[in-house]
Design a protein around this ligand. Structure first.
Ligand code: GDP
Length: 373
């Protein structure tokens, strides 16, 4: 096979060991230093009213949008209060974008792909916001998706806005913040929203519950087990793309495409009536990107014509209402200082078999219900 050396990638060298797992990048203490600094600078000058934020967001003022997102991400009650008022006023201006979830294991090429598809979209006049949900930051503060040097071309594109994953809180909390950030980005005029996550666990379900289209990036020649992709994640995908279909990997990618197509045919039919597609691309050489965009648009046309698009959005809105209630109830309970003290004692009693787990839970909940404000 003749390989165009200019476009050859190091990963196509047979000596290259295939799937690379990037080391997590240590995330700074705060979510986004720059925007926090800007926020504080602004705050020193004057504190903005909710209406000033909303007006700025609707005009597409990116520094103001960033500050509002920082408020959404903050756990301080006074910030949350303003954030919720901003969201309420932005809601009527939201909902008009296409929300696309993108997942795949570290090293599959998510950033390279997002940059390639992102540039394709902005070059056609689209406005793109890239958000992320990164479960690694939850426990370790080490973030796989937080690397600021990623997506250099897109970062400097005036029609693209990239926001790393909020780092604090439970997955449910992080997902809620991302969902609220979608609303602000849509009000600011972004017509395409990407939500990136690492395809290794729970966060896919959260992302799936906030997007219209779910894209799974895969590699050829690495088994599903090796890629850590669970069957459940494949079942959620509206399309699978085999990335790195370039150089001496093209044939392997074509073969993998057929295998995945056969595997998908064995899954039960989707609720939307859409048959998930399997494609190949090279994010590095920017081939196959146009076909992916076309597939996304075909899907949207399909789901808008049979009513599934609106049905899914309604279901998602309901889901997020219950998620928010559950999250609030849980955090109110655990943040209660008396409960926090009682929990240690209850744990000890359960372990020494003085009382059963259920009695302990009931006593704590009864106490909480009687004493909560
Ligand atoms: P992520 O961890 O999923 O965000 O993956 P990255 O976008 O950081 O890519 C991981 C590695 O794969 C980098 O060395 C990329 O240059 C390489 N890569 C990404 N896309 C392609 C592709 O289409 N072809 C080849 N050959 N390499 C790629």
């Amino acid at each position: 096979m003749i390989v165009d050396k200019e476009h050859e990638h190091i990963e196509n060298d047979p000596a290259y060991m295939g799937l690379t797992v990037n080391e997590g990048i240590v995330q700074p203490e705060s979510v986004n230093d720059e925007s926090v600094k800007r926020f504080l600078k602004h705050k020193r000058k004057r504190s903005l009213s909710v209406d000033q934020y909303v007006e700025g967001i609707l005009k597409g003022d990116i520094p103001l949008l960033s500050q509002a997102v920082t408020l959404v991400e903050s756990s301080k009650p006074e910030h949350q209060h303003i954030a919720q008022e901003i969201i309420v006023k932005c809601l009527p201006h939201s909902g008009k974008s296409v929300r696309i979830g993108i997942t795949g294991v570290p090293g599959v090429g998510k950033s390279t792909f997002i940059e390639a598809l992102g540039k394709y979209i902005t070059s056609r006049g689209g406005k793109l916001a890239v958000l992320a949900i990164d479960p690694s930051s939850e426990r370790t503060k080490g973030s796989i998706l937080g690397d600021k040097t990623r997506m250099e071309e897109l970062s400097s594109d005036p029609n693209a806005y990239i926001r790393p994953s909020p780092s604090a809180g439970s997955l449910g909390g992080v997902a809620r913040k991302t969902r609220e950030t979608i609303i602000l980005c849509e009000a600011a005029g972004f017509d395409t929203i990407f939500i990136e996550t690492v395809g290794v666990g729970q966060s896919e379900t959260a992302v799936h519950s906030m997007v219209d289209f779910f894209l799974l990036l895969m590699l050829a020649g690495a088994g599903d087990e090796l890629q850590g992709i669970k069957r459940g994640i494949m079942e959620m995908a509206d399309a699978i793309t085999i990335n790195k279909a370039d150089g001496n990997n093209i044939e392997k990618a074509q073969l993998a495409r057929i295998q995945y197509m056969n595997a998908l045919h064995l899954f039960p039919p989707t609720e939307s009536g859409w048959q998930p597609k399997v494609l190949t691309c090279s994010a590095y050489q920017k081939t196959g990107i146009q076909e992916i965009w076309k597939t996304i648009n075909d899907y949207l046309a399909h789901c808008k014509s049979n009513g599934y698009f609106q049905y899914k959005r309604n279901e998602q809105a309901k889901f997020w209402m219950y998620e928010t209630i559950n999250e609030q109830l849980k955090s109110n309970f655990y943040l209660n200082e008396t409960i926090a003290r009682m929990l240690a004692d209850a744990e000890r009693k359960v372990l020494s078999e003085e009382i059963s787990s259920f009695v302990a839970a009931k006593q704590l909940l009864d106490f909480y219900n009687q004493h909560k404000k």
